[in-house]
Write a protein that binds this ligand. Structure first.
Ligand SMILES: *Cc1c(COP(=O)(O)O)cnc(C)c1O
Length: 363
């Protein structure tokens, strides 16, 4: 069965570590000797308590954070967070700073505007088609928070360093690079990540909120739309996305125990992305689209000399078991998403294919 699996470069839902999938398969009919599948167990049972508590503890250990943070699992994907953040953290007369680095940031900004709340776009890379990360940003002194998208899945750019906001809490969409590297946690009021890029199945969003930041949130909101509801009930005010939390727990265990933590994860990601970018830099056939200092370690976006060659490239790659290399429908071109779970074997197979394709196209 596993020898029929392809090298999966999908942007999301994306490749998960094979040992995690195998463990899910092996325990699917009888979870932890319960006689039930994880999808059949009550979320009020000690079986599930153990799963969710283990996931929370692993998040805290990996990020070196303590009980000053809430670790929450919320449904609705990262996109619902775009709306919940201003709902919870902006009142009349208050405003937040947003950095616009692409499609996802643009959507986050739109959700503040829909609610008629205060938003100031303090920096944008739209002038150059979102191909870079702005630096030396000047933030508003009275900003309630600063929102950034740490990794831009579609354009293939990533904040290499987080901006100095002078103490204003950063709220970051980390959907496509969560747990790919260590984080300076003292800068963040909140981090959120839709699971389907680097964590698990779609439908679950991991939210990490600093308690003193949450203490300042609006309370006059519907129960399911305020963070304090989730925080008060260990994410189980209603039925949580049990299978998602379970898979995330296994992925976190894999990062801790197989990969050796976030420093090692980052070194591995640097090595993988480095191989691809170095290869493209040495070629006059493939061109990486992101500005060098803004290149993403997770989503490598690139172009070929023309669109017909790109079509043929994607087709031939698919035929040879290299999937998901088509760029996002809004930008075209090619994209190799190489998240935590992408193996060195997959990277080497991709570079080998790129070399031979180039030779065939330009003998
Ligand atoms: C995929 C993605 C989203 C959207 O996630 P959903 O879970 O589909 O809402 C938001 N932000 C970033 C950076 C993403 O990569």
């Amino acid at each position: 069965m596993t020898d029929q699996r392809i090298f999966n470069f999908n942007a999301g839902p994306a490749a998960l570590p094979l040992p995690v999938l195998e463990e899910i398969q092996a325990s699917f009919l009888n979870f932890n000797n319960s006689g039930m599948s994880i999808t059949e167990i009550s979320h009020r049972s000690s079986y599930f308590d153990e799963v969710i508590n283990d996931a929370v503890e692993r998040v805290k250990r990996l990020l070196h954070i303590d009980d000053q943070y809430h670790v929450l699992f919320i449904q609705g994907g990262a996109s619902m967070q775009f709306a919940m953040i201003p709902m919870n953290f902006l009142s009349d007369g208050q405003s937040a700073d947003y950095v616009n680095t692409g499609t996802w940031s643009t959507k986050a900004i739109k959700e503040v505007q829909i609610q008629n709340k205060g938003v100031k776009v303090v920096a944008s890379s739209e002038d150059k088609d979102f191909s870079y990360i702005p630096n030396e940003i000047e933030f508003s002194k009275d900003a309630r928070y600063v929102h950034i998208t740490s990794n831009n899945t579609i354009k293939g750019t990533q904040f290499a360093k987080f901006p100095d906001t002078g103490g204003i809490p950063i709220v970051s969409d980390m959907s496509s690079d969560i747990f790919s590297r260590p984080l300076p946690m003292d800068r963040f009021g909140m981090i959120y990540a839709g699971a389907q890029k680097n964590l698990g199945p779609s439908g679950t969003c991991l939210v990490i909120i600093k308690k003193d930041f949450l203490d300042t949130a609006n309370e006059d909101l519907p129960s399911m739309l305020k963070y304090s509801t989730y925080a008060a009930k260990n994410s189980m005010y209603n039925t949580p996305p049990c299978f998602g939390v379970y898979t995330i727990d296994l992925v976190l265990k894999w990062i801790e125990e197989e990969m050796g933590g976030l420093e090692k994860m980052e070194a591995f990601n640097l090595e993988k992305a480095g191989i691809l970018y170095d290869f493209m830099d040495s070629s006059d056939f493939y061109r990486a689209t992101a500005k060098k200092d803004s290149r993403s370690l997770m989503n490598v976006t690139f172009r070929l000399p023309d669109e017909d060659l790109e079509k043929l490239f994607i087709q031939k790659a698919t035929d040879q078991g290299l999937g998901g290399l088509k760029g996002h429908r809004s930008v075209g071109g090619c994209r190799a998403s190489i998240y935590n779970a992408t193996t060195m074997e997959a990277i080497n197979a991709l570079v080998q294919f790129m070399e031979s394709f180039q030779k065939e196209a330009r003998p």
